[in-house]
Design a protein around this ligand. Structure first.
Ligand code: BGC
Length: 379
């Protein structure tokens, strides 16, 4: 039931994007496909039961290839994988690729050469690792996508991630709620930001958000003053906060000299803080801004009222799920069953999907009840 809802919402969102934006670049198309191809999987899981999944020994080498360390979630992943894989008796090689596709390809090649039994990959660019991941499969290595989908390759056994379309829906719902709470009667002036176009999550976040916002743009509740509503216009190359800040500076200079900006859709916390800083510098009252990651600094900003919302997607849960899968592979039990699959352009990939949770000042204490370091920030 839950999956069907996701499917139909994603389809509506995709149709809305296609209708209202004329569709952007190819990445948007790829992501929309991803969102719409989410299916229930009882049959396919059975169909792959014949695949053989040889186990491996204690102390096996496990590679973890991360895209960069530019946001808190990836730094946490680096630390947690290193510590927890070691604790579980593996030999981890954990590397980050500084947003460079070639560097990531080389790191994965060297993990294969070093005898890794499993390689966990958060791709810089979801569609640029096909050859090296197929090479890994030929060498008998298991490949698990981490936090981001691995597209257009048969070299992937499964993906662990938080629902990406759902994340965008939560961001947009929080934006609407914040506008009603803080900015009086509609209409509200807003602007839209997306994440890095090479990251398969970014168009999905945007698709999810637009499924909520587009009807409110159509009925006049929301006014995107710049007129920029296409993902390709709103995307932030490499998730670079400085690029987002200069886009916000230009939007304000070009469209808001005689207007107030009431809200901004932001795809993550770093970009949210850049947007808020830009508005403060321009002498605007702080708009309602969404976010993602529950980064420490943004948790403080949410608590003090400077950023309206964020979305928690705990790294600890994602890492724990990944290690659970690695343990299953080691024992020779193969990839665990899951009820979600996504067409990555070449094959249906098992997705182990965790639920993101929206955070505002109102529920922050509840959400972080079991996260002492974030709870500590709510003072
Ligand atoms: C992750 C976010 C992160 C962003 C930029 C996305 O794929 O899901 O948590 O903020 O990448 O690093």
């Amino acid at each position: 039931m839950k999956r069907r809802t996701l499917l139909s919402m994603a389809m509506v969102a995709t149709m809305a994007l296609a209708t209202f934006t004329g569709c952007g670049g190819s990445r948007e198309g790829a992501a929309s496909d991803t969102a719409t191809e989410t299916t229930e999987t009882a049959e396919t899981t059975e169909a792959t039961a014949e695949e053989s999944f040889p186990g491996f020994d204690d102390g096996a080498t496990i590679g973890v290839s991360l895209p960069w360390l530019g946001t808190q979630n990836w730094k946490e992943a680096e630390e947690m994988f290193t510590a927890q894989l070691e604790e579980a008796g593996y030999k981890p090689i954990v590397q980050a690729a500084d947003q460079k596709v070639t560097q990531q390809q080389q790191q994965i090649e060297s993990m294969i050469e070093n005898g890794a039994k499993v390689i966990v990959v958060g791709p810089v660019d979801g569609s640029q690792l096909g050859a090296v991941l197929e090479q890994a499969k030929e060498a008998g290595v298991y490949v698990i996508g981490y936090d981001r989908l691995l597209e257009n390759t048969s070299g992937v056994d499964g993906v662990v991630q938080f629902g990406s379309v759902k994340t965008g829906e939560l961001q947009a719902q929080a934006l609407l709620q914040g506008l009603e709470e803080k900015k009086g009667e509609p209409p509200y002036n807003i602007e839209l930001f997306g994440g890095g176009p090479a990251d398969p999550n970014a168009p999905n976040f945007f698709t999810g958000a637009m499924s909520v916002l587009q009807p409110k743009i159509d009925d006049g509740t929301l006014v995107v003053v710049s007129g920029q509503t296409d993902f390709t216009q709103c995307a932030t190359v490499d998730w670079d906060n400085a690029k987002a800040q200069s886009r916000m500076d230009s939007l304000l200079a070009g469209n808001y000299s005689d207007k107030e900006i009431d809200g901004v859709l932001s795809p993550n916390d770093g970009i949210a803080r850049a947007i808020i800083t830009s508005c403060e510098n321009a002498g605007q009252d702080i708009p309602v801004v969404s976010g993602l990651d529950a980064e420490n600094e943004s948790v403080e900003w949410v608590w003090s009222g400077r950023q309206y919302s964020t979305v928690a997607k705990p790294t600890q849960d994602l890492v724990a799920k990944t290690i659970e899968i690695i343990d299953s592979l080691k024992a020779g039990n193969g990839m665990p069953a899951t009820d979600v699959e996504v067409d990555n352009g070449v094959k249906n990939v098992r997705v182990y999907e965790l639920p993101p949770v929206v955070v505002t000042k109102d529920n922050a204490k509840e959400v972080f009840a079991n996260d002492p370091s974030r709870l500590e920030l709510l003072k």
